[in-house]
Design a protein around this ligand. Structure first.
Ligand SMILES: C[C@@](CO)(OP(=O)(O)O)[C@H](O)COP(=O)(O)OP(=O)(O)OC[C@H]1O[C@@H](n2ccc(N)nc2=O)[C@H](O)[C@@H]1O
Ligand SMILES: Nc1ncnc2c1ncn2[C@@H]1O[C@H](COP(=O)(O)OP(=O)(O)O)[C@@H](O)[C@H]1O
Length: 300
């Protein structure tokens, strides 16, 4: 059945969840300048949402949501990662595919250029959604190659499930069994450029982490995570000093188990024993700092 005949909204919407790096070790650097990473990636309930209404060509994108306007004037054009994903999928689709135009609406609820991979999650959501809607029939392996070309974080966002990420982001393996826990995300409002932060990183490379098969509770996970770190936290603080204030504010919250920066920043996360504890902390932080973006809840 073609996507135009299918009235199901579920088929034509996709969540683009925030990607959080529980730790991020920069373990080396490739000849082309890209950095080798070792990271445990999880996905938070927070996210953007992508909707598709199939229609005549051309395909166009509309931006909505809290951060829809932050992306800039040309943001809905061909440089948007959603449109890049659509173009790449169109080129790789099977001859039998039902490619259409119509309207994509991106509800942008995640802060932009903030270390939680919002753009990457949007690109992955577009690949999942349009593959289905267009019956593109693109092999999984080709989809992952397309994802890799769109950005280092896009492959892990395809499944949107906890994973260990290595290489420059293309080597994915199973994450340890994760315990239930709560998470708070805070962004101070300053966009941070990923290449700038990588450029500022200095000093020895970190080793690949040794991880257990799983953790039974949040406390034992944190006991291991504190031995690891985010290699980009120090350079990100040089680029964006308010990250330090955010980390201190998170660590000061009752029941906070760990406060750390995600990706290349500036968004920081804190782990809590439960979603309820995280929601309480998020409420307190949002009241104290109305200009910050604050989210509290659980993992996907
Ligand atoms: C640092 C991480 C960690 O998860 O997250 P974010 O801060 O972006 O969320 C990612 O590796 C970012 O992935 P992504 O944002 O897709 O990066 P890309 O667009 O591919 O690359 C942007 C730029 O970052 C640098 N880069 C990125 C990834 C990597 N492994 N090494 C790098 O040196 C390069 O200068 C590159 O030109
Ligand atoms: N759909 C999109 N959402 C966010 N950023 C996008 C999107 N499309 C293109 N970009 C560009 O990608 C860059 C990285 O964005 P983002 O994925 O939010 O960063 P990060 O991975 O650090 O959270 C931004 O500077 C923005 O200009």
């Amino acid at each position: 059945m073609s996507a135009t005949l299918d009235p199901s909204t579920r088929l034509l919407t996709e969540a683009a969840h925030a990607k959080i790096n529980l730790y991020l070790h920069v373990t080396g650097k490739r000849a082309d300048g890209y950095h080798l990473l070792d990271s445990l990636v999880v996905f938070a309930g927070a996210g953007d949402r992508l909707r598709y209404e199939p229609g005549p060509e051309p395909l166009h994108l509309e931006l909505a949501g809290r951060f829809g306007a932050t992306l800039g004037a040309d943001a809905a054009g061909p440089d948007n990662l959603v449109m890049k994903a659509a173009a790449a999928l169109r080129a790789a689709s099977a001859p039998t595919a039902h490619i259409q135009g119509g309207r994509l609406v991106l509800e942008k609820e995640l802060p932009v250029a903030s270390g939680i991979g919002g753009g990457s999650a949007d690109a992955a959501a577009a690949l999942r959604l349009l593959s289905r809607a267009w019956q593109a029939n693109v092999p999984e392996e080709t989809l992952l190659q397309i994802a890799e070309k769109l950005g280092a974080d896009v492959p892990v966002c395809m499944a949107s499930q906890a994973a260990r990420m290595e290489g420059i982001g293309e080597h994915l393996s199973a994450a340890p069994m994760l315990p239930a826990c709560g998470m708070v995300l805070v962004n101070c409002g300053q966009a941070v450029s990923t290449p700038d932060v990588f450029r500022k990183r200095d000093g020895a490379f970190r080793e690949r982490a040794v991880l257990p098969a799983g953790w039974s509770d949040a406390q034992s996970m944190v006991a291991d995570l504190v031995k690891l770190d985010n290699s980009l936290e120090v350079p990100a603080c040089m680029v964006c000093p308010p990250v330090r204030t955010v980390l201190t504010s998170l660590a000061d919250q009752p029941e906070c188990l760990l406060a750390r920066m995600s990706g290349s920043g500036a968004t920081c996360f804190a782990l809590f024993p439960s979603s309820l504890a995280a929601q309480n902390a998020a409420g307190a932080l949002a009241a104290a700092q109305p200009s910050w973006w604050v989210w509290g809840g659980g993992l996907v």
